[in-house]
Design a protein around this ligand. Structure first.
Ligand SMILES: Cc1cc2nc3c(=O)[nH]c(=O)nc-3n(C[C@H](O)[C@H](O)[C@H](O)COP(=O)(O)O)c2cc1C
Length: 382
C-alpha cells in the first residue's frame, strides 16, 4: 500500500478531532452539526455501516481500478466534493483549496451558490471542470443570470436542490448566532481568541464573502440586512414550474440533489433530469428522515437504468464509499469529510483527504477482489 498522506491523520475522525481544536467553536459546530436532535446525522453513518460486503478471494484478479465514468467523463475515483456553504468561515480559501485538489486528483468539485468563492474562480481553478449548485432564486432574472454565468464558465453539470424548502432547525447555530440573521456575540469573539492560527489566517485573507452573489448584493449591508437579503433572494421549495425553465435553459447535465423518495425520482425522470443525488443534506434538514442508504437501494434498483443515481450523507471512509456503491450508487459525494480535512490541515487538507480516501477505497477493492467500481453490487450481502 502506497501512503501519500500525512500519517498522523489516517482517518476522517482524526481530521475531525484536529479540526475541532483548530477552528472556533461556532464554525466547528456549523460544520459538524445536524439538525434538531442529530438523529438523522447519526443514523446516516451508523446505518450505512450496517452494510456488509463479501470477498471472493480465489477469483482471478487483474488489479482494481477506481476510475469511474459519469456523464461521459472519466473520473479517477468514484467520489466527489459536495457543495458546502460558507466554507471560508471554517478555513480561509477552503473552496479554492478543495477545487484545486479536486482538479489535481480528477474528481468532481461542486461549488455552492452560498460559498465564499465565485463560479468564475472555481471554474478557472479547475479548468472548467467544477460543477455548480444553484439555490433557487426568487426572481427569474437572477436565476437566468446565475445560470448563464455557470454556462459561460463551462460548468459541465448544474445541481439543483430539493431538500431545502425551509432552512433546517439547527439549535447549535441558533445558540451561536449563526442563524439568519447572524450575529457576532462577545462569546464568539472569545472563541476566536482561542484559535490564533485561524484568526491570523482569517485576518490575512479578509472577511469571507458570498462571492458568486456579490454583484447582486447592495453594498454595505450589516449582518441583519444580509440575513434579510438572503431570505428575500432565495426560495428553496422546488416544483415542476421552477424546474422546467431550468431544464429548457441548461444545455449541460442537470442533477437533482436531496432526493430521498421514489416519488421525487419519478418526477426527476419525468422532468428530464439526468441524475439524482440521494441525499438528506448530511442530516441537516429533516431529523425524522431516513438515512440515505435506505432509499438508495430501492431507487438504484428501480430507476438506475433511467437516471444516474448518486449518494451522499454519512460517508466517512473508503469502506463507506464501497458500501454505498454496493447498494447501487454510481458515484458518491462527501461534504464534512473534506471540510474537516481543510479545517485541520489548511492548504494540505484537500490533497490529504482525497489521497486518504483513495488509498482506503483501493484497499477495500483489492480485499474484495473487485476490479471495477461498477462491480461493487456483486459483493453485497443481502
Ligand atoms: C456545513 C455544511 C454546509 C452545507 N451547505 C450546502 C450548500 O450550500 N448547498 C448544498 O447543496 N448542500 C450543502 N450541504 C450539504 C452537502 O452538500 C452534503 O449533502 C452533505 O454534507 C453530505 O453529508 P456529509 O457531510 O455527511 O458527507 C452542506 C453541508 C454542510 C455540512
Amino acid at each position: 500500500m502506497v501512503i501519500k498522506f500525512d500519517t498522523r491523520y489516517p482517518s476522517i475522525d482524526d481530521l475531525r478531532s484536529r479540526a475541532q481544536k483548530k477552528i472556533p467553536k461556532f464554525a466547528f459546530e456549523y460544520l459538524d452539526g445536524g439538525c434538531n436532535e442529530d438523529v438523522n446525522l447519526i443514523r446516516n453513518t451508523s446505518e450505512l455501516r450496517d452494510v456488509q460486503l463479501k470477498p471472493n478471494y480465489l477469483k482471478a484478479h487483474n488489479g482494481s481500478s477506481l476510475k469511474t465514468k459519469l456523464f461521459g467523463i472519466e473520473y479517477d475515483a468514484p467520489f466527489g466534493i459536495a457543495p458546502v456553504g460558507l466554507q471560508g468561515l471554517m478555513w480561509p480559501n477552503s473552496p479554492e483549496i478543495l477545487a484545486k485538489a479536486a482538479f489535481e486528483h480528477n474528481i468532481p468539485f461542486i461549488l455552492s451558490t452560498v460559498t465564499t468563492t465565485s463560479i468564475e474562480r472555481a471554474s478557472k481553478l479547475t479548468e472548467g471542470k467544477a460543477w455548480f449548485q444553484l439555490y433557487h432564486p426568487t426572481e427569474n432574472r437572477l436565476r437566468d443570470d446565475i445560470i448563464n454565468r455557470a454556462a459561460s464558465a463551462e460548468c459541465p453539470v448544474l445541481v439543483i436542490l430539493c431538500d431545502v424548502p425551509t432552512f433546517g432547525f439547527r439549535p447549535r447555530d441558533i445558540r451561536n448566532g449563526l442563524a439568519m440573521p447572524p450575529k457576532l456575540s462577545l462569546k464568539n469573539i472569545f472563541q476566536v481568541f482561542g484559535r490564533p492560527h485561524w484568526a491570523m489566517e482569517t485576518l490575512k485573507h479578509g472577511q469571507p464573502n458570498f462571492e458568486t452573489l456579490k454583484p447582486y448584493m447592495p453594498k454595505g449591508l450589516d449582518l441583519k440586512q444580509l440575513g434579510k437579503f438572503m431570505d428575500q433572494t432565495f426560495s428553496g421549495r422546488l416544483n415542476e414550474e421552477k424546474i422546467k425553465p431550468i431544464r429548457d435553459m441548461w444545455k449541460g447535465k442537470l442533477v437533482l440533489k436531496g432526493v430521498a423518495s421514489e416519488y421525487d425520482t419519478e418526477e426527476a425522470i419525468r422532468l428530464g433530469i439526468d441524475g439524482v443525488i440521494v441525499s438528506n443534506h448530511g442530516g441537516r434538514q429533516l431529523d425524522a428522515g431516513q438515512s440515505t442508504i435506505k432509499p438508495l437501494a430501492t431507487i438504484a434498483e428501480k430507476y438506475g437504468d433511467q437516471i444516474e443515481v448518486m449518494m451522499d450523507s454519512g460517508i466517512r471512509s473508503g469502506p463507506d464509499i464501497a458500501r454505498a456503491m454496493a447498494n447501487g450508487a454510481k458515484f458518491t459525494f462527501m461534504g464534512r469529510s473534506f471540510m474537516y480535512g481543510v479545517s485541520a490541515l489548511g492548504k494540505k487538507g484537500g490533497n490529504h483527504t482525497i489521497s486518504l480516501l483513495k488509498t482506503e477505497l483501493q484497499q477495500v477493492m483489492e480485499q474484495l477482489c473487485c476490479e471495477n467500481t461498477k462491480d461493487f453490487p456483486t459483493h453485497l450481502i443481502k
